[in-house]
Write a protein that binds this ligand. Sequence first.
Ligand code: DOR
Ligand code: ZN
Length: 428
Amino acid sequence: MKLLVRGGKVIDPANDFCQAADILIDSGKISAVGQNLKANGAEVIDAKNKLVLPGLIDMHVHLREPGLEAKETIASGTRAAARGGFTSVACMPNTNPVVDNQALVEFINSRAASDGVVNVFPIGAITKGSAGSELAEIGDMKSAGAVAISDDGRPVMNAQVMRLAMEYAKMFNLPVISHCEDIDLAANGVMHEGYFSTVFGLKGISRLAEEVMVARDIMLAELTGTKVHIAHISTAGSVELVRMAKKKGLNVTAEATPHHFTLTAEAVGGYDTGTKVNPPLRGADDIRAVKEGLGDGTIDVIATDHAPHTVEEKDVEYNYAPFGIVGLETAVGLAFKELVNPGLLTVEELVRKMSVNPARILGLPKGHLGVGADADITIVDPGLREVVDVQRFASKGKNSPFGGWELKGLPTVVIVGGRVVMQDRELV
Ligand code: DOR
Ligand code: ZN
């Protein structure tokens, strides 16, 4: 089981190594990195003119199993991840039942082992049933392999419950991933509150619905000393709050999604429910602030919040459609389009946000290409163009507002634990 990735530009910021090199893989691990390595019977992958990156990690994915298999399964979701260039995903617990105990974490791990084509790291719930009142079995879930806790999809509205959750999480050295939304302020809105919600006649969700919770959770992070990660940051005010928290030296990190740095609320214009997402697509100033936050290091991670739903669920009036956009298969292309190709981020910085930092935040021994590391590798062709065709998605979810967009800069090979799982944009 030997593989030689030959002649690519290796970009491994964790090891301060960014140059043309070959990578030899043996028995699932990286066994050598250097010039003119001998194949010695290894299968050769030609990476000439390509970028060879540590396997990308998406720390915010909804795989929908158990219970919501019509939307996605571990089999289909991990295939979507592979097509999108990811070698690892962390999956959110808002399944049916909610992943709030050891047995369900074990179920996901065993399903991932039998059906998955990329690594899957389960995230456990903060509260039982993610109902927001009683703490879940946090320690037990950690022993079973949970890498973080989150009630994503819903906020923990009770601040005392969140405080206790953070205190427990700290004992188990688990990060708390916060879905920041004040439900009362969100007031059953369906899109960003502003000019376009008025014009389109849809109920708005104010920036404040997010920002008051970002502020609260930063304060709780300060009080408890717990690692707090702000999910899907969408407003300029939230970015500024995280920037201040970091200046203070708090253990606070944040992520942004490709849809939030690409589209504004104007995209809701055709009432395409593919644009309905929580938090909602915001204003041009917010996009500018999110991009600035990505550029100056305030926002540590790009994560997709891949949220598949069935065609039937989404094919209703805007008010009745569920929130969510599928992101795995467009993330790399959108990151190149919006961030790398215009010169906002270098490829090295992108690798930090899509591999190094998610690994560090979740405590995964991944995110680099040193000798001895797991052979998780993503190869990207920065010149490859493709028009997004949602029908070609490996995901069961087709709910993307990016169908028909031409993207340039796409993953062409994905290697997981030394096995090629995607090649030339097709699953192997
Ligand atoms: O748009 C969203 N969809 N936002 C969330 O927070 C949850 C997610 C889902 O589970 O569908
Ligand atoms: Zn969320």
